[in-house]
Design a protein around this ligand. Structure first.
Ligand SMILES: Nc1ncnc2c1ncn2[C@@H]1O[C@H](COP(=O)(O)OP(=O)(O)OP(=O)(O)O)[C@@H](O)[C@H]1O
Length: 290
């Protein structure tokens, strides 16, 4: 256990016949920011709800901050923060009041003004929840999730529905939480978000972990080659063609490019738009979950 905030082994959960989690192993070190990715229905919500203590696993070992979350002990609930996409907050409550109210449940709460500053709502303390813009509302949700000074914060799709500027602001906020030493487990559908925020990315598909690595290493194994297709060229096996652009991933790009370049030179053809580069996290993700 020691330095691990989360430790899960052999986790299984079925809804009737449907197996949602099929032997998941997961470790999150203290202070780590982990992004959980996966297509719709992969089991992300089920996994996170088990870690939060909102759902029971059928089998497997789960330890979160040294607790079994299923027991929902007070000492456990006081040390985690959950930021959901929607909180059922009273629309008439004022921002400061909401933070005082939520904070009262925690022995170690942070100072309300400090938290307002942290989420950039220092000017909105006296506003009612219903008077906030969508982005401000999400910042209030984040503030409510951290008012109890939790060690581990769960963030559910923290920037879904945000405009680009609001997303950047949220990223800064989350970076701020990292600097406070918090362990963060976030679910997201945005690859650039995982790339920007996470120390490590875990990809879940059909209830199992299919990748678990740093964002950089996930893309390091392969090279992506693409160019505009010309008549007569023989594409390597596995190449995809979309709107006239051929793309393939290669673990031996020199070997795979040689025949293409040789052919192009012999026929005096320029391969338009030729690019050879590292795959984006999105390329890797699409390939993994295909
Ligand atoms: N309460 C439930 N009863 C029955 N089936 C469920 C229940 N909750 C989830 N499922 C099923 O379990 C699977 C995993 O669902 P889960 O919500 O954990 O996936 P997810 O990765 O969070 O998906 P999304 O990205 O769409 O939120 C899905 O096939 C879903 O239909």
């Amino acid at each position: 256990m020691g330095d691990d905030a989360v430790r899960v082994r052999g986790l299984r959960k079925a809804y009737g016949e449907h197996v949602a989690l099929d032997g998941v192993d997961l470790t999150v070190a203290r202070g780590e920011v982990l992004a959980l990715l996966g297509p719709n229905g992969a089991g992300k919500t089920t996994l996170v709800e088990i870690l939060e203590g909102h759902r029971r696993a059928d089998a497997g070992a789960v330890s979160v901050l040294g607790f079994d979350p299923a027991r929902r002990e007070r000492g456990f609930r006081e040390r985690i923060g959950v930021v959901l996409q929607e909180t059922g907050l009273d629309q008439e409550i004022r921002v400061r009041e909401a933070l005082e109210l939520y904070g009262a449940a925690y022995p170690q709460r942070r100072d309300v003004d400090e938290v307002l500053g942290l989420v950039g709502l220092e000017e909105r303390g006296e506003a009612k929840a219903r008077e906030l813009s969508g982005g401000q509302r999400r910042r209030l949700d984040l503030a409510l999730g951290i008012i109890g000074d939790p060690e581990l914060v769960f963030l559910d799709e923290p920037t879904t529905g945000f405009d680009p500027a609001a997303r950047r602001q949220s990223w800064e906020l989350i970076d701020g939480l990292r600097e406070l030493g918090k362990t963060i487990l976030l679910t997201t559908h945005y690859m650039d978000e995982a790339q920007h925020l996470a120390d490590r990315v875990v990809v879940l598909a059909r209830g199992t972990v299919i990748a678990n690595d740093t964002p950089d290493k996930l893309g390091r194994e392969a090279t992506v080659v693409s160019f505009r297709v010309v008549p007569g060229i023989t594409l390597p096996a596995g190449a995809r063609v979309e709107r006239g652009i051929a793309t393939f991933t290669s673990s031996a790009p020199t070997r795979d490019l040689a025949p293409l370049l040789g052919w192009a030179a012999a026929h005096d053809v320029e391969l338009e738009g030729l690019s050879v580069g590292r795959p984006t996290l999105e390329d890797v993700y699409l390939e993994l979950t295909a």
